[in-house]
Design a protein around this ligand. Sequence first.
Ligand code: CP
Length: 297
Amino acid sequence: EDIAMILDLARSFKDINDRPIKKLPTLRGRTVVNLFLEPSTRTRTSFEIAAKRLSADAVNMSGSASSTVKGESLVDTAQTLSAMNCDIVVIRHKLAGAPYVLAQNMTAHIINGGDGKHQHPTQTLLDLFTIREHFGGFSGLKVGIIGDISHSRVAGSLAPALTSLGAEVTFVAPATLMPARPDVLGAQKSYVLTDDLLASFDVVYMLRIQLERIEGAPLPSLREYAMLYGIDARRLALLKKDAIIMHPGPVNRGVEMTSEVVDGSRALILYQVNAGVAVRMALMYALLGGDSDGTAA
Ligand code: CP
């Protein structure tokens, strides 16, 4: 029900985002802090745009510009932001559980903008929005999540959400990038991307190889990975007529997909980015928009 509520709200905000005048007065006087202690293009920018479209004041703090580089602890950062009475803190952090630590130490609403290899819930909401817009629902859909699953917070949020909504999820990855227990996330697994398996998917969700999180050498080479798991023109031609290709970004062109696939009509990557603003507006509205004290959520 919570997911459906957010997606329904996002539908209304998507329509507003397509108008020439996109600003609403809903969150005037509210303050949203984007505390991004890991790099981000899409998530940070879309939270900032979403806050501004709702007339909230948006403040951006990056890792290099915050006092964390001087050794300030996350709890001290939280208490400092609390003292400034901000209403929402969006946090991205390299450690799993960082949003939970903030939530324990702040009265502001905390939104997880991606924590380590753990979860990326707002990415999942925009992905669900994209899938629902395309297929009208989730029941019975076959979703292949392909790539670096074991380092992916995107898969950590998306797979359980999809299975709870009635879709069937299969992780496809080499053994070195497959989590030990895909079943815990509700997913089946395959170590090979056969033509038949690819042709069975309604949604082909490609994940980036996260070189920054990988230790050791789980792949002989990116070239070999692209040959075994990447989508190129030949594999594209195997897809179901109505199947879509998704990717959370940033894309490693030529690894997960060739450029003709990234830029082709089956890939909804930029639609996902566009939906991200509406979904993040919906979340902030749900948290703060109802009552003046923010108790609506
Ligand atoms: N999908 C995603 O989280 O992208 P960014 O790292 O650019 O925010």
